[in-house]
Design a protein around this ligand. Structure first.
Ligand code: NAP
Ligand code: COA
Length: 245
């Protein structure tokens, strides 16, 4: 069997796809023939990303929604479905992060990250299910190493992303019978991103982080896109419930 990484005719949705890693994922799928929809809170970021995707020759659309608002996510995904039909690949990666110890943040600060990362993922899963190709869809949740590696000032993110990975594993079981695969991709430190700017500001901090990576370098958004593309392609046809660091 020969396997092509060609997504022509496939519908890909990237929630949180308007900057950083997730935008890199969206652009990679666009460059490989997919029609790609992106969503995030800010309409101007959505519009800018749609233009970039079209620049790759892809059909593109987008909608503004906060993942904390289930109805808004449902409405946006419903628009995508009305335009393009069933979703083949769903990437869910909207997230918020700031460094703060538990003693240095309010309960509401902790809650806001849990609401975005964990409840947001749940909302995207619930809202998308009626629109996922059945059988055949592939869902990728974007997690983080904090899910299994405690770090100073990251308790809120650890709690939320550990929950994301357990949603992944649970839905792999619940949706597997319908031929829908669900996996998590766990980026390492990725160059030029908001996440890195917040957690490792400045060249010294970046060099220290890079030295802690087995390959000795930061990753790129495209590196993470390649992992998503492997899972979404026929190469990943028997992979579900995996958390891929
Ligand atoms: P980023 O550029 O800040 O991307 C976050 C995206 O989510 C943006 O498109 C943002 O757009 C959107 N977003 C944020 N809050 C939202 C909300 N409430 N509702 C809807 N959309 C929302 O961050 P990044 O550093 O590339 O990180 C992307 C993903 O990778 C995250 O899931 C993060 O946890 C994970 N990750 C990153 C790293 C890293 O090195 N950067 C490492 C491990 C894991 P709007 O502002 O328009 O909403
Ligand atoms: N330290 C401690 N608390 C902080 C904080 C920090 N650096 N930044 C925000 N908070 C607190 C706020 O004070 C507030 O708590 P309070 O109501 O008790 O005062 C709570 O967090 C919510 O903040 P708010 O600014 O109202 O939330 P928001 O919904 O507008 O934004 C964030 C969500 C805080 C996560 C914001 O950083 C964001 O939108 N991030 C998206 C981009 C991002 O984080 N990218 C990296 C992804 S890895």
């Amino acid at each position: 069997m020969s396997i092509e990484l060609d997504f022509t005719g496939r519908t890909v949705v990237v929630v949180g796809g308007t900057s950083g890693i997730n935008r890199g994922i969206a652009e990679l799928f666009a460059r490989h023939g997919a029609r790609v929809a992106v969503a995030s809170r800010k309409q101007e970021k959505v519009a800018d990303t749609v233009r970039a995707l079209e620049g790759h020759g892809a059909a593109a659309m987008g909608f503004a929604a906060d993942v904390r608002d289930l109805a808004a996510v449902e409405a946006g995904l419903s628009e995508v479905h009305a335009a393009w039909g069933d979703i083949d690949v769903l990437v869910s990666g909207a997230a918020g992060n700031f460094p703060a110890s538990v003693n240095g943040m309010s309960a509401n600060a902790f809650r806001s990250v849990v609401e975005i990362d964990l409840m947001g993922t749940l909302h995207v899963m619930k809202a998308s299910f009626p629109f996922l190709r059945n059988p055949g869809a592939c869902v990728v949740n974007i997690s983080a190493p904090q899910a299994f590696l405690p770090m100073y000032g990251q308790a809120h993110v650890s709690a939320a992303k550990a929950g994301v990975d357990m949603i992944t594993r649970s839905l792999a079981i619940e949706w597997g019978g319908q031929g829908i695969r669900v996996n998590s991709v766990v980026p390492g430190p990725i160059e030029g991103t908001e996440g890195m700017a917040r957690l490792a500001p400045g060249p010294d901090a970046i060099a220290k982080v890079a030295a802690s990576v087995p390959l000795g370098r930061l990753g790129s958004p495209e590196d993470i896109g390649h992992a998503c593309m492997f899972l979404a392609s026929d190469l990943g046809a028997y992979v579900s419930g995996a958390v891929l660091p």
